[in-house]
Design a protein around this ligand. Structure first.
Ligand SMILES: NC(=O)c1ccc[n+]([C@@H]2O[C@H](COP(=O)([O-])OP(=O)(O)OC[C@H]3O[C@@H](n4cnc5c(N)ncnc54)[C@H](O)[C@@H]3O)[C@@H](O)[C@H]2O)c1
Length: 355
């Protein structure tokens, strides 16, 4: 029986991973760690509450995390914990640097001091920055070129993890960069759940600027399956050439090659809910320094680990919209606790007032 330590487990992707993990490995022992920051929500773990041990802990605190490792002696570690919202990062970058950079290093350090069988650091497509016009996509060989406080803090964490990979190769530490995720349990401050919950409350869907920012979309379950595959992969030792060729490091980019604009996503949500996009979408001032486009090539994880996405995008969005429609109690409680979650950059990013 294996012990899994999953951080950020009360967030969107971490919670989905814990749910799937307990289906994939029914005998797994799961230690779910989260400090319950703005996006953390223990209700995301309610369906598996009797199957996991929950530890409220900050991954940026070495002593605390070392104690958690010593108590549970994990075989496998997946670090999803991060502050993840680009808008909030603009208003307060420090928390992002702490969780996304220092937290990544502390987690790697714990897995060095109390060895585990493997450790996956979950990162994001956004560390590569903005895709230049004429470039097809990023790969594991692309330079880190983050330009926002969120992605720069993630890139700082990535650099430390790359250093651990090469300095302590016996550690079995791996890393993933994933496209934008959609699916159940995402905080309604992000585009898709914000759109659904607005329409279901009779409000328009806010779209930043012209809405033509283009994103690479993947269903959260496909992301979780990819992370699980990376965690368990039997990988060759890191070759010396990896020092000058990051494509040879145990880093895997994850995507379904599904590029869609924010405006088209908003239209799909509104249409799925049976409304007219012309009447239900409003363009609002864009956030500062908004990346226009990104897309990554998943060829390495497909060819080396045999991973493939299984969710069709159109059906996946429809199912996701249905999930939020059917889990109204879940998101109404969040809005009751946190207030309105949309941002209004025309008013120095005050949370959007009721309309
Ligand atoms: N959402 C996406 O589209 C996407 C895409 C690619 C990669 N990622 C990465 O996946 C991971 C999870 O993203 P998400 O969308 O689920 O984010 P989320 O904000 O929904 O969840 C993150 C969770 O981490 C917790 N957390 C933050 N800092 C912590 C700390 N110091 N100690 C303990 N817990 C802490 C939060 O409380 C929250 O529950 C992040 O690392 C993110 O960078 C997300």
């Amino acid at each position: 029986m294996s012990v899994y330590l999953v951080t950020g487990a009360a967030g969107f992707i971490g919670a989905n991973y814990v749910h799937r993990l307990l289906e994939w490995e029914t005998a797994a022992e799961v230690v779910a760690v989260d400090y319950i920051g703005f996006a953390g929500n223990t209700a995301n773990l309610d369906p598996v509450a009797d199957r996991v041990v929950f530890e409220q802990a900050d991954i940026a605190e070495l002593e605390t995390m070392e104690a958690v490792y010593r108590r549970y002696r994990p075989d496998f570690v997946v670090n999803f914990a991060a502050e993840s919202h680009n808008d909030r990062a603009i208003l307060g970058p420090s928390a992002f640097m702490r969780s996304n950079a220092l937290g990544a290093q502390v987690m790697a350090e714990c897995s060095r001091l109390i060895p585990v069988r493997s450790h996956v650091h979950v990162s994001t497509i956004e560390v590569y920055g903005e895709l230049a016009a004429g470039n097809q996509w990023f790969t594991e060989r692309s330079s880190l070129n983050a330009k926002t406080p969120y992605s720069a803090a993630k890139a700082a964490g990535d650099q430390m993890v790359r250093a651990y990979m090469q300095t302590y190769p016996e550690m079995n530490i791996r890393m993933t960069h994933c496209a934008n995720n959609y699916g159940p349990y995402q905080l309604p401050e992000k585009l898709i759940p914000l759109a659904v919950t607005n329409v279901l409350r009779g409000r328009k869907v806010p779209v930043y600027g012209d809405g033509l920012q283009s994103r690479d979309w993947l269903h959260v379950t496909d992301h979780c399956a990819a992370v699980h595959r990376v965690l368990h992969a039997e990988l060759d030792a890191i070759p010396a050439e990896a020092a000058t060729d990051p494509g040879l490091l145990p880093i895997f980019d994850i995507s379904a090659r599904c590029e869609v604009t924010n405006l088209d996503i908003a239209r799909m949500v509104v249409t799925t809910l049976g409304r007219d996009p012309g009447a239900w979408i409003e363009h609002i001032p864009d956030r500062p320094n908004h990346d226009r486009r990104y897309l990554i090539n998943p060829e390495k994880i497909e060819s080396q680990l045999g991973w493939q996405p299984t969710h069709d995008f159109t059906t996946g969005i429809e199912d996701t919209v249905t999930w939020y429609a059917e889990h109204r109690d879940w998101w109404e409680q969040i809005i009751a606790d946190k207030g309105e979650l949309g941002f209004d950059w025309s008013r120095a990013a005050a949370p959007r007032a009721s309309r």
